[in-house]
Design a protein around this ligand. Structure first.
Ligand SMILES: [Mg+2]
Length: 467
């Protein structure tokens, strides 16, 4: 039986700050980075996982990963797989490491990397992609696999079990359907703040041609500029002449678009402020953008400010604009309160901010119970590879809802992964289908050798260039 024997950690950084990719009102020079771990066993079974940062500090996360992962060395893989909820508790329960959390910040995202690696290993051990491993679980195992502490006032295990059992009947059909049509995606790459108007217009046209119908734009640096850029994007996505040949406008009042401020072609625009505003400032600023008809404002204020989000949502409701957040919601308790306080219209889980698949499952259960659609945060590096699995789990096994949901897609850095995610001709994610791909996060050895920091060939050369 395989025992976890050791692990390797890599600090991998991609120089995305050179191109303006990933720029928004808060994050102005990002080097998309991966704090990456490979778990090894006494057999040939391995597990890969990572968490995401945007550059400096990635080394600190790597050190935290080392501390957390040490707890798995010497453990039997099958014993961990038998109760993934218990394995998760083992990772968060170190009495000394707990002090530098608990369940937040560096130590928590590091825990996410390790838990994700363990789930990757479990999926590989069963020769299934991660999503398939999870949707094939019995409702009992699925409930057992989640993180349950501190959320029973919002959902109990019994409630989750009842919900999953109710959904059992339609699972096969939903799986077959999504394999055929793909999972709906939206595009963010067109609207980074660092891009010129011309680049935004060109990228928006390309995205419409590629079949996308939900588009996100970064806002918050200047109302005047945001309005101008928003109008440029609207003028393209609302104009039937740019639609791909043979495709028709969608009914803006149809069930999947109702309440989303869709334009005449059925296109939806979302805006994202990345936490720049105080509460009243957010309300005033977003009212100023009513003309471009956003579906929601994402991260209008500090990610920990649950009541602030609730106030913004109440104030924007009469304007038909919703509130979304979650990429910086650091644990399931924050999501619990966002849902309890009716602070969000859309729940944006992050595969690397939460402490791995087990904690994500808890949030999926709560969001389904509260009837809030889950539209995961992606972008970054590796996040798109991860989140398609989570959205498939949500649709097939948990909420049963897909067509009102959209999954973020950013077309950067996929080439560094052995099993990169992909988008079909209808602008939807393809379903990961290779039984060997686990959680789809295994990085190419050449990429680690080139972009490993600071000794990878790229960084050695870049430093040489500066001297
Ligand atoms: Mg965002």
């Amino acid at each position: 039986m395989a025992t976890i024997t050791h692990f390797e950690i890599h600090d991998v950084r991609f120089p995305t700050s050179l191109t303006g990719d990933g720029t928004d009102a808060m994050n102005t020079d990002c080097d998309y980075s991966s704090a990456y771990i490979s778990l090894y066993t006494s057999s040939d079974l391995v597990g890969h996982g990572m968490t995401f940062t945007i550059g400096r500090g990635n080394d600190i996360v790597c050190e935290a990963i080392r501390q957390v992962a040490s707890r798995l060395v010497g453990k039997s893989a099958e014993e961990l797989f038998a109760d993934m909820g218990k394995a998760w508790e083992l990772l968060v329960a170190d009495p000394q490491l707990r002090w530098i959390g608990p369940e937040k910040g560096v130590i928590h995202i590091a825990t996410g990397a390790v838990d994700n690696a363990l789930w990757d290993m479990y999926a590989r051990a069963r020769n299934k992609p991660l999503w398939k491993l999870v949707v094939d679980m019995s409702p009992e195992e699925l409930v057992r696999s989640a993180a349950w502490r501190y959320i029973s006032d919002a959902i109990t295990k019994e409630e989750a079990l009842a919900m999953l059992k109710k959904n059992e009947a339609g699972k096969k059909e939903r799986e077959a359907h999504v394999r055929e049509v793909g999972y709906p995606a939206y595009v963010t790459s067109a609207g980074w703040l660092g891009y010129s108007d011309e680049k935004v217009a060109r990228l928006t046209k390309e995205a419409v041609q590629a079949g996308f119908n939900h588009f996100k734009m970064k806002v918050g640096a200047s109302l005047e500029n945001d309005l101008r850029r928003g109008k440029i994007i609207r003028s393209i996505i609302d104009d039937p002449q740019y639609l791909p040949e043979g495709s028709k406008a969608r009914d803006p009042n149809g069930p999947e678009l109702r309440g989303k401020n869709a334009g005449p072609t059925g296109a939806v625009l979302m805006i994202d402020a990345n936490q720049v505003w105080d509460v009243q400032q957010a309300i005033d600023y977003v009212r100023g953008l009513e003309e471009i008809k956003p579906w929601f404002i994402e991260e209008p204020t500090a990610p920990d400010d649950i009541l602030g989000h609730a106030a913004i949502r109440r104030a924007l409701k009469p304007h038909g604009i919703g509130v979304a957040t979650g990429e910086h919601a650091h644990n399931r308790m924050v999501f619990k309160q966002l849902l309890q306080a009716e602070a969000i219209d859309v729940c944006q889980i992050d595969s690397c901010r939460l402490a791995g698949v087990s904690e994500v499952l808890s949030v999926l259960f709560m969001a389904a119970k509260f009837g809030v659609p889950v539209c995961p945060h992606a972008g970054g590096v590796g996040l798109c590879e991860y989140v398609i699995h989570l959205s498939l789990i949500d649709y097939i096994a948990v909420s049963g809802s897909m067509e009102r949901n959209v999954l973020e897609f950013v077309d950067h850095l996929h080439e560094h992964f052995l099993f990169p995610c992909s988008i079909n001709a209808r602008g939807r994610y393809n379903v990961p289908a290779n039984p060997a791909e686990g959680y789809s996060i295994e990085m190419r050895k050449e990429s680690i050798a080139e972009f490993g920091f600071p000794h990878g060939s790229y960084w050695v050369k870049a430093k040489g260039g500066k001297q």
